[in-house]
Design a protein around this ligand. Structure first.
Ligand code: FES
Length: 90
């Protein structure tokens, strides 16, 4: 009788999280499994794109994607998390 090979149970599939980074004076960098659609549900082909940069300044000619215009135009915008208000939390 041949040795029986018992396979390990497969680990449950876990969807990797999407990470969005707010770049200083620049776009939103979106990494992870991304589906990007317009208001009608029509999607952009993001095949083989593990990350995209979405325009935050509104100046890109390739919206919703960043085309680097923010840098050429000197667009400035800081965005950092606002600490929670300890008074509001009680
Ligand atoms: S954020 Fe880059 S062109 Fe708008």
């Amino acid at each position: 009788m041949a040795d029986e090979v018992i396979a390990e149970p497969a680990a449950p599939a876990v969807s990797p999280a999407v990470k969005i980074t707010v770049r200083p004076n620049g776009p939103f960098r979106v990494e992870g499994p991304i589906e990007l659609v317009d208001v009608n549900g029509n999607g952009w082909d993001l095949t083989d794109k593990p990350a995209i940069s979405l325009c935050r300044c509104g100046l890109s000619s390739k919206r919703p994607f960043c085309d680097g215009t923010h840098g050429r135009e000197g667009w400035k915008c800081d965005a950092t998390p606002i600490p929670a208000d300890p008074i509001a939390q009680g």
